[in-house]
Design a protein around this ligand. Structure first.
Ligand code: GLV
Ligand code: MN
Ligand code: MN
Length: 397
């Protein structure tokens, strides 16, 4: 009997919003502290050594990665987007503990240290930068910039970390932690229907599309909605509407995706012309040039220079490791597991760009819906994921 179900049940209520059924698990909040405490408890229960790195990512080690490393690390993240699903992130962390349990029950002894990782702030839902924990770890996010990032209430990341008991003064590329990681393997719910089409419960990632986030600050002049003639208005909302239409048309033309999913309107009054509108653009696609063209066309339509909040170049996972895993995962079915790309960002992409040997496993999502309370994976597929992860660990550790 897998330990997956009881861990899943423990996590299920944490940060779930009663009216939407979605999760609000934002970095460095009280909910996040509960999730981190849960991770600590699971590590302790298994006799693993818990280490918090300079960025606040959590590492639970079996064996000594300093003396006998570098080790194999499996894991993912526990934070969510606003009203996100239960699986994006937690599936990888819970599956990692369950796979370790399965291997221990079979008496498997790894040849190298085995770590379970929980990355901090993967979604960047609170401070805007995606994969903040892994970017800080690898040094691609400047610590001064990170400390000064603010949430919607004006709280800085440094203040939020301090409230949660993490000292932001220590942020910076963490060589000691990176030295311990020989290989990183992230299991994740699929955020598309690739595995529904192939009819497989588990697949292996080939690549991640280049993707980024940009902030558009549009300024106008606040005035009365009932007394200001249309001709006299300086309304930034009109420029935004134009920019959003251009984003859609441009994305279609360049074979890319573009989304404006977050807005801030000032003063945000129903009877006041806005003085300022801030919009966040998420753009992705198979080609970096295509994505850059979309952003340039949106910038022109908006009449402003967008601020780039995060950017991740295309990730091509190590082909040798990918094919080896496809063979291991597909053993039962007598043919290699499917290999598929994704447009979703992951800490695995950041580690891969930093030169860590990295791979990902995907678990089938029957609707493909993600970043939504409707995100789902069937229990049998989750267990197939645990089994695949255990076999992957056996092959790699
Ligand atoms: C993270 O899930 C992202 O793709 O934005
Ligand atoms: Mn996500
Ligand atoms: Mn994720």
């Amino acid at each position: 009997m897998s330990s997956f179900g009881s861990m899943w049940a423990d996590l299920e209520p944490v940060g779930r919003h009663s009216s939407t059924g979605g999760y609000r698990r934002f970095a460095w909040t009280a909910v996040d502290a509960t999730l981190r405490e849960w991770f600590r408890g699971e590590a302790e229960r298994r006799g693993l050594d818990l280490v918090t790195d300079r960025a606040g990512n959590l590492w639970a080690w079996s064996g000594n990665p300093d003396a006998d490393g570098p080790g194999l690390v499996v894991g993912s993240h526990l934070d969510s987007v606003p009203d996100g699903g239960a699986f994006d992130g937690p599936l990888g962390v819970v599956s990692a503990f369950a796979a370790l349990d399965e291997l221990r029950a079979r008496g498997f002894v790894p040849d190298r240290p085995l770590g379970i990782a929980c990355f901090a702030d993967e979604e960047g839902a609170r401070f805007g930068v995606a994969c903040a924990g892994s970017r800080l770890l690898t040094g691609v996010l400047d610590p001064d910039r990170a400390r000064a990032l603010t949430d919607d209430d004006g709280t800085t990341m440094a203040e939020a970390m301090a409230t949660a008991g993490h000292d932001a003064a220590v942020l910076g590329r963490d060589e000691e932690t990176l030295r311990r990681v020989g290989t990183f393997l992230e299991l994740h719910v699929e955020q598309g229907r690739g595995l529904v089409d192939t009819g497989d419960p588990v697949g292996v990632a080939s690549s991640i599309w280049p993707h980024g986030r940009w902030r558009l600050d549009l300024r106008g002049r606040a005035d009365h909605a009932g007394t200001t003639r249309l001709a006299d208005r300086d309304d930034p909302m009109l420029a935004l509407v134009g920019a959003i239409s251009v984003a859609r048309a441009s994305a279609e033309r360049h074979g890319s995706l573009a989304t404006v999913g977050k807005l801030r309107v000032r003063p945000n009054g129903v009877n006041a012309i806005p003085s300022e509108v801030t919009a966040w653009l998420d753009a992705r696609g198979p080609s970096e040039d295509g994505v850059r063209s979309v952003v340039a066309e949106v910038a022109e339509a908006a009449g402003t220079v967008p601020a780039e909040e995060s950017w991740t170049s295309s990730t091509d996972f190590d082909a040798g490791l990918r094919d080896r895993l496809a063979a291991v995962v597909g053993e039962g079915a007598g043919m290699p597991a499917p290999v598929l790309p994704t447009g979703a960002g992951h800490d695995a992409g950041i580690l891969s760009a930093a030169g860590v040997e990295t791979a990902m496993l995907f678990v089938r999502n029957p609707t493909g819906v993600s970043h939504s309370p409707a995100e789902h994976a069937e229990p049998a597929d989750c267990l197939a994921g645990v089994d695949a992860l255990a076999r992957a660990i056996e092959a790699l550790a």
